[in-house]
Design a protein around this ligand. Structure first.
Ligand code: GDP
Ligand code: IMO
Ligand code: MG
Length: 425
């Protein structure tokens, strides 16, 4: 089976963009299957750094098709900006394909996202305010506008009128905002986008992907966000509105589970989280700030400082089971160089008892205290190492412990942001 899935195993920003780019050179197709421009995937090639929000991270290879699948929510203005900026850097984007079944983000989605965050202070999620949640709400309430709709003016206008009436009511009457949408202007704008993206749109991207699978071509699925932001299996309600887990690749790209042969979990050597919500191993101040500075832990999408903490083995075990990980890619190991002691959380203490399973109830999670094991650190600069055996012994012991907690083998170790800073096992 030729399909590999890349998933984030923590709260996003594990380095999925770098790993997707790295593997993409041997692929025929790279597919984004969920999320939208809440994602920020960094690819560093030489001294150039690219931040991709919607376009799959295989776009730097001319011969690789890059598919935005049916499960993605697309803000066309962001997409066009991203295409332009890639073209300016010399990447043609000729291999880009957009599923006509993907849903479109409109300005009212972004306004609703912001309004919900402002009005519901106590229940604030700390979203990226890109309209992701409200767009998925429309998808599931069956009022959404898909890419295909902007090529059918009558249908498009009917749907747009309904949505504008509904959202204006909500925003003005419930959220107390003062918004007014000019339907003609929005119509012209989106019909303009329709023309601008027409050459990339395909009717049903699942056929493209499944034909490739039948022809034994190589397909890579690029997850966005991460396990703990999954709407079903993460720290609900402090999650995103899609399923980043490996199972999400089946619905978001239209492939069968038995087409998947490899599921790679991208694992940051410590843990970060942007936005609100529980984070048991968070370190406030001191070492947390040191990790943020050494790891340049600032959001690739919003620039917000990422909260940092020690590696969480309970989260890892949860991610390993739900995703069915066949291998791990450990990233940012270089950031841990220079610590005397490195801590790993192996279980939680709840109500006086030790627990190893991640609690699905965040109120229970709030009362969990991490139980740590301490490992000796290493001082050497590891950022130029290419061979696993050359890593300091303590770094290898650390990796062994991560692999044991995940019950999965390590496939690669990343020791720097640049494309070539990788150790393959
Ligand atoms: P993604 O959303 O999972 O693709 O991750 P982001 O791009 O949001 O965040 C990962 C950050 O770490 C980016 O700035 C990457 O360039 C950087 N990065 C990736 N791998 C490594 C690594 O092994 N070492 C270091 N120091 N930085 C890395
Ligand atoms: P990548 O793909 C990290 C977080 C937001 C917020 C929550 C809900 O780069 O790993 P949303 O805008 O999705 O409704 O916000 O999810 N979040 C991410 N955190 N990396 C991401 O993507 C994220 N996408 C969303 O900060 O806590
Ligand atoms: Mg990111």
């Amino acid at each position: 089976m030729p399909v590999t899935v890349i998933v984030g195993t923590q709260w996003g920003d594990e380095g999925k963009g770098k790993i997707t780019d790295l593997l993409a050179c041997d692929m025929d197709i790279v597919v984004r299957y969920q999320g939208g421009n809440n994602a920020g995937h960094t690819v560093v090639i030489g001294d150039k750094s690219f931040k991709l929000h919607l376009i799959p991270s295989g776009i730097f290879y001319e011969n690789v098709l890059c598919v935005i699948g049916n499960g993605v929510v697309v803000d066309p203005s962001v997409l066009l900006e991203e295409i332009d900026s890639l073209k300016e850097s010399g990447y043609s984007c000729n291999g880009l394909k957009i599923s006509s079944q993907a849903h479109l983000i409109f300005p009212y989605h972004k306004d609703l996202d912001a309004a919900q965050e402002q009005k519901h202070e106590a229940g604030r999620i700390g979203t990226t305010c890109r309209g992701i949640g409200p767009c998925y709400i429309d998808k599931y309430s069956r009022r959404g506008i898909r890419v295909s709709d902007i090529y059918n003016e009558k249908v498009f206008v009917e749907k747009l009128e309904w949505n504008i009436a509904e959202k204006s009511f909500l925003l003005n009457q419930f959220y107390g905002m003062e918004v007014e949408y000019d339907i003609d202007l929005l119509k012209e704008q989106y019909l303009g986008y329709a023309e601008a993206i027409r050459k990339y749109v395909i009717e049903d991207s699942s056929y493209l992907v499944n034909d490739a699978v039948s022809a034994k071509k190589k397909v890579l699925m690029e997850g966005a966000q991460g396990m703990m932001l999954d709407v079903d299996h993460g720290t609900y309600p402090y999650v995103t509105s899609s399923n980043p887990i490996s199972g999400g690749a089946c619905t978001g790209a239209g492939i069968a589970p038995n087409a998947i042969s490899e599921i790679l979990g991208v694992v940051k050597a410590y843990v970060t989280r942007v936005g609100d919500g529980p984070f048991p191993t968070e370190i406030k101040g001191g070492i947390g700030e040191l990790l943020r500075e050494k790891g340049h832990e600032y959001g690739a999408t919003t620039g917000r400082p990422r909260r940092c903490g020690w590696f969480d083995g309970v989260v890892m075990r949860h991610a390993s089971k739900i995703n069915g990980l066949t291998g791990l890619v450990v990233t940012k190991l270089d950031v841990l160089s220079s610590f005397d002691i490195i801590k790993i959380c192996t279980s939680y203490q709840y109500d006086g008892k030790e627990i190893k399973n991640f609690p699905s109830d965040i109120y229970k999670l709030d009362k969990c205290i991490p139980i740590y094991e301490e490992l000796a650190g290493w001082k050497e600069d590891i950022s130029k190492i290419k061979n696993y055996k050359e890593l300091p012994l303590n770094a290898r012991k650390y990796l062994d412990r991560l692999s044991a907690l995940a019950e999965a083998p390590i496939s690669m170790v990343s020791v720097g942001a640049e494309r070539t800073q990788i150790i393959k096992l």
